[in-house]
Design a protein around this ligand. Structure first.
Ligand SMILES: Cc1cc2nc3c(=O)[nH]c(=O)nc-3n(C[C@H](O)[C@H](O)[C@H](O)COP(=O)(O)OP(=O)(O)OC[C@H]3O[C@@H](n4cnc5c(N)ncnc54)[C@H](O)[C@@H]3O)c2cc1C
Length: 435
């Protein structure tokens, strides 16, 4: 059998792949990082916020060089009906100073920046190259990848598949079960241009402060939610929509974004904005219970290829989980290469490492969140119930005397077909999920 060309091939230069390549190169392994796009990040889209704490150990003081748009100092959650909006709004001065909490970044900048660190550490980045399949030995072990280049087979001791949602390589290895539409949402986004000072004024921001808004009740009953994030001189507005609900609704995703942009609580922020970009991408939202097996003889999965986006209501985080799992995969592969055992058993420390970090601990603890957040009542009844209740509490009924809150709540519940036992059951379920 031919000798390996390198120790490890990492497929995909998204956050997971570049983090894996960085860890491997630092551990002294030879590593090729394959990317189908002409440069890292060229084809990648997401909402817009990265939580970088996971980088602290790897790139000390990363915030001094990361290509940030704005530091998120303000986070809001909005509950919407077509005519009402309730906003819980939080801002913190601490989030506007090092070591920062979250930042808006463009993927074309962030992915290139991180891949640059992997290259500086010694990884070989090969762009405009698609991994088209796995190479296996007679025993079925993964021993490399086929690519779309002439003579493009690359032999190695370990392949790390970081090729994103619906990973072609994970499917070929038999690790990823048939995609279940219930476990996926479609993310759609528009990037809208506005002058920087206008964004500052309208969103109450100064300098490089930024805002992140998550929305519930803006998707015409299709399970999902909306978002709005501020960049330097653009605003990203979008929605995530569960696939079966979207298909059944016959609504086009652009119509949902149009609804959000036209909502009376959102439209004033966006007046005069011009469309720069529209994009769409799948998100694996099944959580812990829908994750594939993470390792195989000669193969590891990380990031969205392993279904690691955490979608739990106020949290839509995938990049930090991709970074965390990519780093862990790189370290596990480096240990296996050094020990001369890249079998499934030799790579098993990957899963154990993930179980002891936020990557699988958060997913495990919040495993019930996707089901609860995307449930019928949370999506279709509670936004209206909450908005009507708050409207009746804030409304002044003089000359009629003020009614008690319990009566108002019961009225709103009746109007939205919610019984007390539903509220209690969902409250208990929520308490268990988010305990
Ligand atoms: C609308 C939307 C909003 C989101 N919002 C957020 C957010 O605000 N914050 C957050 O943290 N997460 C967010 N996410 C999730 C986040 O984008 C993902 O979790 C994250 O990008 C996963 O990183 P990854 O490296 O695993 O995969 P990806 O970022 O998908 O990278 C995969 C890479 O592999 C390359 N590739 C694929 N196949 C091949 C192949 N065969 N050969 C060579 N290269 C290949 C691709 O070109 C790409 O560069 C959002 C996602 C969407 C769709």
């Amino acid at each position: 059998m031919s000798e390996p060309n390198v120790d490890v091939v990492v497929v995909g230069a998204g956050p997971a792949g570049s983090a894996a390549a960085l860890a491997l190169a630092r551990a002294g392994c030879s590593v090729v990082l394959l990317e189908r796009g002409p440069y890292p990040g060229a084809k990648n889209m997401y909402g817009g916020v990265v939580y970088g704490r996971v980088l602290d150990d790897v790139l000390p003081r990363w915030w001094e060089e990361v290509p940030v748009q704005r530091w998120v100092t303000r986070r809001s959650t909005m509950v919407l009906t077509p005519t009402q909006a309730l906003t819980v709004d939080f801002r913190s001065e601490a989030w506007g100073a090092a070591p920062y909490n979250g930042m808006t970044v463009y993927r074309s900048d962030f992915d290139g920046w991180l891949a640059g660190h992997a290259v500086a550490a010694g990884a070989q980045l090969v762009t405009s190259t698609v991994a088209t399949g796995l190479l296996r030995d007679a025993a079925g072990r993964v021993v490399g990848v086929k690519t779309d280049r002439p003579d493009g087979d690359l032999r190695c001791k370990v392949v790390i598949a970081c090729d994103g949602v619906n990973s072609f390589l994970a499917k070929e290895a038999g690790l990823l079960p048939r995609a279940d539409a219930h476990h996926h949402t479609l993310g759609v986004k528009e990037v809208l241009a506005l002058p920087r000072e206008v964004i500052d004024d309208r969103f109450g921001l100064r300098g490089d402060e930024g805002l992140d808004i998550e929305m519930l009740g803006c998707t015409r009953g299709i399970p999902g939610g909306g978002f709005l994030y501020t960049n330097g001189d653009t605003v990203s507005v979008g929605a995530v929509l569960q696939l079966p609900g979207l298909a059944a609704s016959k609504v086009r995703p652009e119509e949902i974004i149009a609804d959000i942009k036209a909502h009376p609580a959102i439209a004033p922020y966006l007046r005069g904005a011009t469309l720069k970009e529209y994009s769409a991408h799948l998100i694996p939202e099944g959580g812990y219970d829908a994750m594939p097996v993470l390792h195989h003889d000669g193969l590891l999965l990380a990031g969205d290829a392993a279904g690691m986006t955490l979608a739990a209501g106020i949290w839509l985080e995938g990049v930090n989980f991709a970074l965390g799992s990519g780093l862990a995969a790189g370290r596990a592969a480096a240990r296996a290469v050094a020990a001369g055992d890249t079998t499934r058993a030799g790579l098993a420390s990957y899963r154990r490492d993930l179980e002891s970090t936020f990557v699988l601990r958060d997913h495990k603890r919040l495993r019930g969140a996707p089901g609860l957040v995307l449930s019928d009542r949370v999506q279709q009844r509670y936004p209206g119930l909450i908005a009507d209740f708050v409207e009746s509490v804030f409304g002044v009924t003089n000359p009629a005397p003020k009614p008690g809150f319990v009566r108002l709540l019961r009225q709103s519940m009746r109007r939205h077909g919610v019984k007390m036992r539903h509220l209690v059951a969902d409250g208990i379920r929520g308490g268990r999920v988010f305990r």
